[in-house]
Design a protein around this ligand. Structure first.
Ligand code: DC
Length: 202
């Protein structure tokens, strides 16, 4: 039986950490859909057009070690505004969502476009400053030379672009539960999400 958990929200809100923990706790498969857009964006660094990059995306493209960089995040957000790029990535995501044994997908349009019938829909958010602080810590731990101010302005620029685009903009699905993790530990956020899923699985 398939059981899809859709987790959307702005950049660095804690979606990935919560999704991984929830997938592990229920034995569901996990797909970080942002990685598909990051890999597509990163392929454009080598001169491919965004549409070529998306239509030729292969498993090995997801193994690049620069996908978590700030530049890859910005490139991802730019290519993600192109309808043909989104279209090229839909079938893979929908097939993943339907897999037997359950799936957690995180991104921007999972509850609205990819998996509108998801059993559980969440929109995980946090204040701009808290999100920038978390992303700044991640990037510096990975060796990127950056500042808190740059991370904050990049994140705001990306959220603005992701929310304003015409196709599949970032927004909570009407039936999503919104969780603000600004004043919450990741453990608290995971516990809340686990409870919500348990209510739907009994
Ligand atoms: O989740 P992330 O920060 O890795 O995503 C990178 C960018 O990819 C994000 O700024 C917008 C785009 N994206 C999207 O448009 N739709 C998704 N489902 C996931 C990511």
């Amino acid at each position: 039986m398939s059981f899809c958990v859709a987790i959307d929200g702005p950049a660095a809100a804690g979606k990935g950490t919560v999704s991984r923990a929830v997938a592990e706790s229920f034995g569901f498969a996990y797909l970080d859909t942002g990685l598909l857009y990051r890999a597509t964006g990163a392929k454009t660094f080598e001169g491919l057009s965004p549409i070529e990059a998306a239509t030729t995306l292969a498993a090995e493209d997801l193994d690049r070690d620069d996908l978590r960089s700030g530049d890859a995040g910005q490139a991802a957000s730019r290519v993600a505004a192109i309808p043909e790029v989104r279209e090229a990535l839909i079938d893979f995501q929908r097939a993943f969502a339907r897999r037997t044994g359950g799936a957690v997908l995180d991104g921007r349009d999972i509850g609205t476009v990819i998996c509108p019938d998801a059993k559980v829909k969440l929109y995980i958010t946090a204040s701009d400053e808290v999100r920038a602080q978390r992303r700044f810590a991640e990037l510096t731990a990975a060796g990127e030379d950056t500042t808190f101010e740059k991370v904050l302005s990049d994140l705001r620029e990306r959220d603005e672009r992701d929310s304003a685009r015409a196709t599949a903009p970032l927004k909570p699905a009407d039936d999503a539960v919104v969780i603000d993790t600004s004043d919450m530990s990741i453990a608290e956020a995971v516990a809340q999400v686990v409870r919500l899923i348990q209510q739907k699985t009994v």
